[in-house]
Ligand binder design. Structure first.
Ligand code: NDP
Length: 688
């Protein structure tokens, strides 16, 4: 069901769609179509029952998500993304009412769904099929190895509160939801008033799918000015919006000891390298990027380019090329009208704010060089503004953000100058560096990186393939220091970890094995194989066990095998690896690492496979790699090696008839010294 006009926008709280009981008394805000001014919906100003919503998230939400592993959550996210895709026409219809063109809506709607798909896929590929994530290697804290330590991520014990900006109601909500959901943390979303009806519709579609675990996602349509009164140290607040609101909410959240991350307005830059000539592929790509960032979403993007920093001599060519492209390509109008390429700002209020900011910039020295484009009567339409500055040092140029189709062009002398000017944004989300010269790219990028969350390097090689200056991608970090809010979102699995607590866990190998679900060296094993080295002939070789039967700690130990000089020679001849350490006694002995001729590491690893394998057909389906291979003690002719193989990590795949098993492999010599260590990665059938 779409939102009918003008209906009171419901919240989805405590498991049902609801309105505050006193909505009529406290009044409503009218939500208007950005192009026509028609009332699209009404939003209650009063707060809904947030206390119950938080309680519901802390109980039902945490329980339902806690019942699922990372992989199960990832599969839910994928299914939600598929369901949203099937219903996205409903979102597009409403998105147009916010002033968004079809392309703008793709960024918001398909971009948001794309984050769900990407995070679902990363969750299954990069996380264990478990509920905790071990972080980094084990630290051995006692000489005998009985006391060890390790870092472990477990989900934060509270609620993920997201407070979103008006400009990307779908993307903004889904890019925050995906990592929280994967981490197992329930979300309460507060959309911005002007485009709230679109966020609410998105949640409706997800709710209708029946795929949302109970209490995992709630949305409050209303002022919700008291939302942070319900948080405490267990919770996390992720905010997107103005720097002013960010500062206020940060203080409130920190006073309650909650985590707070913000993504606020920033004056992003694009720098044109001194090597770039007019008419070159880089020049054209730069101009295209500037115009795209001015006009997509009518410039209402936190990542939009606000300062175009070019060599003095290029100020005029850039300004003319930008003006020509805008005159040629930009048609301002109702996004539902054929031919429109730039829609309206989200509201009359926003239009007024942007005009005020432009007036301030003009008063400080910015000169608009664009001829006004025709704009329709009524609605929040605005013609693009390109301000050219004589004085690149003017304070307002680096401080006043006009959150619309507005950008400034300023000149620079040296690369250091360009870096310094970009840095005057005092912390930004993203900057583009456009150059054909790798040295210039390195100098400018490293010069500005500390002031930016992301640097996008543009040249002829990336002109067609780049995802663009203004598009955060789920794989990479979105956020920036200083004025940009100091927060960090996305960045692949990093964003999941933002919703988790990293704890140092200390104890014995057995205890850490129990806590992490992964076998640790020194923990108990059930060993089959060679009795001389602790193997029990009664126990089955772990390769004979299906995934259902196999347990971490199931192990096999081999007998010793002696390495002869002829073996080394034969391996050298067979493989062609006649490196002197394996073939030339004198040269090998002169090498400080070797006693003389030594066996090839790959010979030892190949032999190890022969020593541990159980060759008959069985549940082990494939060996798909080795990880963390280290050769530690060299093996000379006359030495012997044996192998210990222990099931370390078992990862069932939810949708396949098999799972992954990582085996801890330890090669030792006749004296018990470690020769090599690595993990063997196999696929094992779920049943025999
Ligand atoms: P605001 O900072 O005013 O609002 C952002 C969000 O915070 C909205 O959901 C808003 O709700 C909510 N909010 C405001 N005050 C409170 C409060 N006391 N308690 C709880 N929630 C609160 O930004 P706007 O969306 O109005 O945009 C204003 C400016 O912010 C833009 O002109 C632009 O400069 C910047 N901006 C930056 C963005 C970025 O991504 N970095 C994106 C969008 C805007 P409600 O809408 O109901 O007031």
């Amino acid at each position: 069901m779409s939102v009918t006009t003008p209906a009171l926008l419901p919240s989805f709280l405590s498991g049902s769609w609801t309105n505050p009981s006193d909505a009529a008394q406290d009044g409503v805000a009218e939500l208007r179509d950005a192009s026509t001014g028609a009332v699209v919906g009404l939003m209650p100003k009063a707060s809904a029952d947030l206390a119950s919503a938080f309680e519901y998230a802390r109980t039902a939400g945490r329980d339902s998500l806690g019942d699922l592993t990372f992989h199960e959550r990832a599969l839910r996210l994928k299914a939600l993304a598929q369901h949203l895709t099937a219903n996205k026409d409903r979102l597009y219809e409403l998105s147009a009412k916010t002033g968004a063109t079809r392309i703008d809506s793709m960024v918001d709607v398909d971009g948001g769904i794309g984050v769900l798909f990407t995070m679902a896929s990363k969750g299954r590929r990069e996380l264990p099929n478990a509920t905790v994530i071990p972080d980094g290697p084990t630290e051995v804290l006692s000489k005998d190895g009985s006391f060890i330590g390790e870092h472990v991520y477990s989900r934060i014990p509270g609620v993920a509160v997201q407070i979103n900006a008006f400009n990307f109601p779908v993307w903004g909500m889904l890019e925050k939801l995906a990592p929280a959901f994967l981490a197992g943390v329930p979300t309460i979303a507060k959309p911005a008033t002007p485009s709230s009806y679109l966020a609410v519709e998105c949640v409706k579609i997800m709710d209708e799918s029946g795929l949302l675990p109970e209490g995992s996602l709630q949305i409050v349509a209303g002022g919700a000015r008291d939302i942070l009164e319900h948080i405490d140290y267990r919770d996390m607040v992720s905010f997107t919006g103005s720097a002013g609101t960010a500062a206020k909410l940060r203080t409130e959240a920190l006073a309650r000891n909650a985590r707070f991350t913000s993504e606020a307005d920033s004056l992003n830059a694009a720098i044109l390298g001194r090597d770039v000539e007019e008419g070159s592929a880089e020049f054209s790509a730069f101009v295209r990027a500037v115009v795209t960032e001015m006009t997509v979403k009518a410039g209402q993007k936190c990542t939009a380019i606000r300062r175009v920093i070019v060599p003095h001599a290029m100020v005029e060519p850039v300004q003319k090329a930008v003006a020509a492209r805008i005159a040629e390509k930009t048609v301002v109008g109702d996004p539902r009208t054929e031919g429109t390429t730039m829609g309206a700002l989200v509201s009359e209020d926003q239009l007024r704010d942007v005009r005020e900011a432009v007036s301030r910039l003009e008063a400080a020295g910015g000169r608009n060089v664009l001829d006004p484009l025709p704009v329709p009567e009524g609605g929040a339409f605005m013609s693009p503004v390109l301000l050219v500055w004589e004085d690149a040092e003017a304070t307002e140029l680096h401080e006043v953000e006009a959150f619309g189709p507005v950008t400034s062009v300023l000149g620079y002398e040296t690369d250091d100058d360009a870096v310094r000017l970009a840095a005057r944004g005092a912390g930004s989300l993203v900057a583009t560096v456009c150059t054909a010269d790798p040295k210039t790219a390195a100098r400018l990028t490293l010069g500005i990186a500390g002031h930016h969350g992301r640097v996008h390097i543009l040249n002829a090689e990336t002109a067609r393939s780049s995802t663009g200056h203004g598009s955060p991608v789920p794989h990479l970090v979105h956020g920036g220091p200083g004025r940009a809010g100091g927060g960090e979102e996305l960045g692949g699995i990093r964003s999941v970890k933002h919703h988790m607590q990293r704890s140092a866990i200390q104890g014995s190998p057995n205890m850490l094995t129990a806590v992490t679900g992964q076998w640790h060296r020194g923990a108990e094993r059930r060993i089959s194989g060679e009795p001389e080295f602790g193997g029990s002939p009664e126990l089955e070789h772990p390769f004979r066990k299906s995934l259902a039967e196999l347990e971490i700690g199931d192990a096999f130990v081999s007998a010793l095998r002696t390495v002869r000089r002829e073996d080394i020679q034969a391996f050298a001849e067979e493989t062609g690896d006649t490196f002197y350490a394996h073939t030339n006694e004198e040269a090998a002995a002169a090498n400080p690492f070797f006693p003389g001729i030594v066996a090839h590491g790959y010979l030892l690893v190949s032999w190890a496979a022969g020593l541990f394998v159980s060759p008959e057909p069985g549940p082990v389906l494939a060996n798909y790699g080795l990880e963390n291979l280290r050769f530690i003690t060299p093996v000379a002719a006359g030495d012997s090696i044996r192998v210990e193989l222990t099931a370390k990590r078992i990862t069932p795949r939810e949708t396949d008839e098999y799972g992954e098993v990582a085996w801890d492999a330890l090669l030792v010599n006749q004296d018990g010294e470690t020769v090599a260590t690595y993990d063997v990665l196999t696929l094992v059938a779920k049943t025999r």
